[in-house]
Design a protein around this ligand. Structure first.
Ligand SMILES: [Zn+2]
Length: 69
């Protein structure tokens, strides 16, 4: 179990209530840190997670880019 220290109180980190902002559109969305850090590269400050819509858009753009080659 891990905690956040906030105003001298320890807040348990609930895996179902962890959020981040999408680096592309700015939408606040829930993330599963277990899934995000499954590759073993744990960087809490340097990791960005796209929202569902932007993930789909990025995948479509990557696919289109490979088809253009
Ligand atoms: Zn987004």
């Amino acid at each position: 179990m891990f905690y956040l220290l906030h105003k001298r109180k320890l807040l348990p980190i609930d895996p179902d209530r962890i959020y981040t902002f999408c680096p592309r559109c700015g939408t606040l969305h829930a993330v599963d840190l277990t899934e995000v850090f499954a590759d073993g590269d744990v960087d809490l400050c340097g990791t960005n997670v796209y929202c569902e819509d932007c993930s789909a858009a990025a995948r479509a753009e990557a696919l289109a880019a490979t088809e253009e080659e």
